[in-house]
Design a protein around this ligand. Structure first.
Ligand code: ZN
Length: 150
């Protein structure tokens, strides 16, 4: 599938995460694992989180697929580590806003390297690739919330 035309700086950052993904590998002491697929592109990820005291203590993934999907989950795992669950959920919501073309979200510094993916919003087919990791994250948060006593 054709790679969207993004600015070259952002393109480099995406390829750099794709070639040297952060937090890739199995997490033996995970507390939740979510497997997500994007059949339209062939992307696949298994997101593994260790949640302690309402925070994401550790986040790892294994997966395969296009550069957008793998770079997005690499960037995401780096940003969610150490965050409270509601903060991680807020990041996912912010990222979705960016994928729907929200320009303020695209400039939000709290998004870190994820801002490199802002241009993907112009390519609806690829938005699913970028969102795959965050879909897995929100599913993991949902399952975790359901399993905890309130
Ligand atoms: Zn893809």
């Amino acid at each position: 599938m054709e790679t969207p035309q993004l600015s070259s700086l952002y393109q480099q950052l995406i390829l750099e995460h794709y070639r040297s993904p952060r937090n890739k590998g199995d997490l033996p002491d995970k507390t939740v694992e979510i497997h997500m697929r994007n059949p339209s592109c062939g992307d696949e990820i298994r997101l593994q989180l260790r949640i302690e005291d309402g925070r994401i203590a550790e986040a790892k993934f294994v997966g395969s697929g296009c550069s957008i999907s793998q770079a997005a989950v690499s960037m995401m795992t780096g940003l969610i580590k150490g965050r409270a669950l509601d903060e991680a959920d807020a990041l996912a919501e912010r990222f979705k806003e960016m994928m729907h073309g929200d320009e303020a979200a695209a400039k939000d510094r709290s998004m870190g390297d994820l801002r490199a993916l802002a241009g993907v919003s112009k390519f609806p087919v690829r938005v699913k690739c970028a969102l795959l990791g965050f879909d897995a994250l929100q599913e993991a948060l949902k399952q975790t919330a359901g399993g905890e006593e309130h």
